[in-house]
Design a protein around this ligand. Sequence first.
Ligand code: IMP
Length: 431
Amino acid sequence: MANTVLVGAQWGDEGKGKVIDYLTDRVDVVVRSQGGNNAGHTVVVGDVKYILRLIPSGILRPGKLCVIGNGVVVDPISLCEEIGELKSQGVEISKENLLISEAAHLVFPYHKLIDEYRELAVGPNKIGTTKRGIGPAYGDKIARVGIRLGDLLVPDRFKDRLDSRRQEVDWLLQQYGAKPIDWRELTRQYLVAGEQLKEMVTNTVLELHGLMQEGKEILFEGAQGTFLDIDHGTYPYVTSSNTTAGGACTGAGVPPTRIDRVVGAMKAYTTRVGEGPFPTEDQGISDMLHAMGREFGVNTGRERRCGWFDAVATRFAVIVNGIDEIAVTNLDGLDQLETIKICVEYKREGKGVVSPPTCVQEFGRCTPVYIEVPGWKEPTTGAKTYEDLPKNARLYLEKVCELIGAKLSLVGVGQKREQTIVVTPELVAAS
Ligand code: IMP
């Protein structure tokens, strides 16, 4: 398989973990290039459930190299915990299968506090963040006051860099009325984590270029989704990184000329967590999915907001990412329905709108226009091939593809690794 970028084509939580896990089998290297431990991928292998936050899902496949790229923000304490949890589940992790960029920026406890207090300060205008400190950590990076993983490995340099942040951070936390930081304890804990991660920290840009020269193939696994992109999403209700395909290049140091294909993951319906516009949100479908025990956040346990498939938004995701193929997940979530709605355009002040507006206020004024298609009212969870799917399920998928202008490659009909239907074998064979 060629160098592939996998992106979320909606608001995150598209079931990318499962798709990535499937695609990983066909590549040598799996790279995370943006986001932090705000992401959460669930992969079920046999009866074991693995939860991945920062570590690429490739870690579950022996012989694959995983890379956390320069574009990721790393909370080293949380990363050490994640490594510990996976090891306790029998997953081997060492520098043989996990490399971390020395240029990745660190997330600190003060970032989490600022994240939390900033949300409180804006009251009803809050973003609904994961409170993992992601926005403030990226903020420091862009403001050029961030501290990187490479700094952590040199204790004196790390202490100096951290010292240079104290005055401003203490002042800010005081304004918020937050508990002050215990800098000594923070330094101690971070240096311990640094020591643990040290053997894996390297110049991952050079590593990746060396691997490409050897003919190794790479999967860039996206975190979050297109409409959470800092530039192309429903700003300000977004995350703080580029979740779209271009983010894979800047976040890993691999040029666009080396990317061969982009695969988009999307649910058969739509979900979002946190605040912000969501034109096709629907209480009925939310209640149905929650009653099925689905659509609760992996990391935060929050109920996800749910709605119908939005072809207007997803068509834009196809364009902005250059999506060639799509993987539709969670088809089984629609198994019970008599009829299913698909949003084909928005109406704003009586006029038809065929692409999502840039401005969030206008987005909020759009109402969806639906078509209705018949449901299939039978379980799809046991389907092994595309032909095994009920006719109406296939018609639904084909309609979705026609509306968004992309080719169907994979269909997910359950959480397990085996519950994945390969529709176009080219996806796994092409190189
Ligand atoms: P932050 O990334 O924690 O700053 O949160 C910003 C927005 O992105 C919030 O609406 C979050 O709910 C959303 N978000 C962040 N990570 C994920 C994810 O992995 N899945 C879905 N939404 C996410």
